[in-house]
Design a protein around this ligand. Structure first.
Ligand code: BF8
Length: 632
């Protein structure tokens, strides 16, 4: 019998079993630490505290009593807007710096200065180069890649003054951005400008601050994230549909088990290749293992799942529990969403925790630094460390829960278009006919404040039952994968119309489109559909949701999705309620400005209703009749 409190923490059966084991082994987890933080700071939750100068820290009374202003005189509106803008900037920085690393490696690869990398998708290289106005005729791929990478590098600086991929948006959307003065000029510039504007004594107009927040978010969605996605496809291949498995059951008792965790595929791709190296596999067998199992956690998992079909051990809240299985010989991390708590847990189970990025060291972990010039050799070194650690594994402490669940992933924009015969018209026809009521993107994290995966899975189920095609990325996609919804057979749980379309195409009713930077793939598809219909993105029967969001990256994503014209429902409340003006702008005012707003709805059942209502309103405005609700 699993303890009631563990049933409340997660709906993932493998996580529940691992929580039991963690408890028996006296391992402290993220849920325990959340409890020890409660009650959390009310000022922080409302966004009305400021540490931006040494006259503070300041806070503002949420009930309108004194203090109503910080020492400098900033009021609640300014504080909340500043704090939110800094969250957006931090999130955009994370995605965009990931993109920068990809651009650098593409550049070095073009110069012949890397080991293990190659230009895998030459067709895509030429297509993207064409978008950037680069002549591709009669040139070798390395020459084109070098010029393309250099043009992208310019987009991080201040000479070019525009972002190429923003041109993908429909004309009406581009006009909105230009008229509002939020067309992104560069990636780094917008982020730096937020830091400038929100330092002591600069921008104190909450509307002005938030507009810059939208601009920085656009430089992420249509800039850094889109570059990360498209340039990764050039290096590692554009994803195509493939089958794999998910949950902690992908680990095996008799193999060397390696988990890659983090976001950037540069290192994890090399670990994948090294783990398939015949000489390395031989070494593992010499140590008594039957082979090497590689699995992923978080978004680097999604990257190598999408392109290589590598199985997924779990999403964000699984990282600690994976180690408590006692079966992980090495966990290899790059950056983002990596809990420092992994160090003491890894120590308990003789797991090698290996950090690889100079940007993300953790005290107590083994650091093997990523270097693109020796990337493949480093990949082999890492796998050898895992093989060594396998020899130290204590079989008495191993407990791998359950059986893995089958899943399908790999739905890049190109793969979706390919499945539809090269054009979005069949998708549009299905929407017009009401077989597909609309499209909802469910994305984002796990958050221990919410029962793990419950928000994602419940919302996805309700939407597909109502013929809403669901597209997903990030930890959200892993959640529905674990729940068995990312297989074609799950179409049986969809409404009749969606079921018919999914069955005809042989795809699940929920399409896994990749990692969080791959939300840019969703923007690309939305832009293609809007252009085809000669409308704006905000006219489409489309919505977004982040039912369990947690990181600053998710705030940046929410901002660019709304700024792109897509209504978005958040589960957890962002720290904005300390300002009625900011809250009003985000939930209502933005509608008049960018044609979309945020809503907050922690209950996924109600969130589904909000999304369906929104989709039906958009359908009506397009002159499409609303199909009967429900059910298969
Ligand atoms: O970039 S969904 S917990 S892993 S932040 Fe992190 Fe959130 Fe997961 Fe991916 Ni995205």
């Amino acid at each position: 019998m699993i303890k009631e409190e563990f049933l409340e923490r997660t709906i993932d059966s493998t996580a529940r079993k691992s929580l039991e084991k963690a408890d028996q082994d006296r391992i402290e987890t993220v849920w325990d630490r959340l409890e020890s933080q409660e009650p959390q700071c009310g000022y922080g939750l409302l966004g009305i505290c400021c540490r931006n100068c040494a006259m503070g820290p300041c806070r503002i009374d949420p009930f309108g009593n004194n203090p109503t202003r910080g020492v400098c005189g900033a009021d609640a509106d300014t504080l909340v807007a500043r704090n939110l803008a800094r969250m957006i900037a931090a999130g955009a920085a994370a995605h965009s710096d990931h993109g920068r690393d990809i651009v650098e490696v593409l550049h070095l690869t073009a110069l012949g200065k890397t080991s293990g990398y190659q230009i895998t998708d030459e067709e895509k290289l030429k297509r993207i180069a064409g978008e950037y106005g680069i002549n591709v005729d009669g040139r070798v791929k390395e020459e084109i890649a070098k010029e393309l990478a250099e043009k992208a590098m310019d987009e991080y600086g201040m000479r070019k003054n525009t972002l190429q991929f923003a041109e993908r948006a429909p004309e009406k959307r581009k006009e909105i951005w230009k008229n509002l003065g939020i067309w992104p000029r560069s990636i780094d510039r917008e982020i730096v400008e937020i830091m400038h504007r929100t330092t002591m004594g600069v921008d104190a107009d909450f509307v002005n601050i938030l507009l810059q927040g939208l601009r920085v978010s656009l430089s992420d969605g249509w800039g850094g994230s889109m570059i990360a996605t498209e340039f990764s496809d050039i290096l590692f291949g554009t994803p195509t549909p493939k089958e794999s498995f998910v949950n902690l059951g992908v680990l095996k008792e008799d193999t060397v088990n390696i988990i890659v965790h983090g976001h950037n595929p540069l290192m994890s791709e090399m670990v994948v290749d090294a783990s398939r190296d015949a000489e390395i596999i031989k070494l593992a067998k010499q140590k008594g293992a039957t082979g090497i199992t590689l699995a992923g956690i978080c978004c680097t998992a999604n990257e190598i799942l999408m392109r290589k079909g590598i199985p997924v051990a779990g999403n964000f809240l699984i990282q600690e529990l994976a180690i408590t299985t006692g079966a992980v010989d090495a966990m290899v991390v790059d950056y983002q969403c990596i809990m420092p708590s992994l160090v003491p847990i890894a120590d308990c189970y003789q797991t090698k925790l290996i950090t690889t990025s100079p940007k993300a060291k953790i005290k107590g972990a083994t650091h093997i630094e990523f270097d693109p010039e020796r990337a493949y050799e480093i990949g082999k070194e890492i796998v050898k460390e895992a093989i060594e650690a396998y020899g130290n594994r204590n079989p008495d402490r191993v407990n791998i829960p359950n059986h893995p669940v089958k899943m399908m992933a790999g739905f890049s924009a190109e793969a979706i278009l390919g499945a539809l015969g090269g054009t979005v018209q069949p998708l549009i026809d299905a929407i017009v006919a009401g077989k597909i009521r609309g499209i909802a993107a469910i994305v984002g994290c796990n958050n221990p404040k919410i029962k793990q995966d419950y928000g994602h899975v419940t919302l996805a189920k309700r939407l597909i039952e109502n013929n809403v095609l669901v597209i997903q990325t990030g930890c959200s996609a892993i959640a529905t994968g674990k729940a068995g919804l990312l297989v074609p057979e799950a179409a049986d749980q969809a409404g009749e119309g969606l079921k018919e379309i999914a069955n005809a195409l042989g795809v699940p009713p929920i399409l896994h489109m990749g990692s969080c930077v791959d939300i840019s793939r969703i923007l690309t598809v939305a832009a293609v559909i809007a252009k085809e219909l000669n409308v704006d993105i905000s006219d489409l029967p489309v919505a977004g949701a982040a039912p369990e969001w947690m990181t600053e990256k998710a705030v940046a994503i929410g901002a660019y999705v709304v700024a792109s014209g897509i209504f978005t429902v958040l589960g957890p409340i962002p720290p904005v309620l300390g300002s009625a003006n900011v809250t009003g702008l985000l939930t209502q005012g933005l509608g008049d400005v960018v044609g979309a707003t945020f809503a907050v709805e922690p209950d996924p059942e109600k969130a589904a209703e909000l999304i369906i209502k929104h989709i039906d309103e958009k359908r009506k405005a397009l002159g499409l009749t609303t199909p009967p609700t429900g059910a298969s």
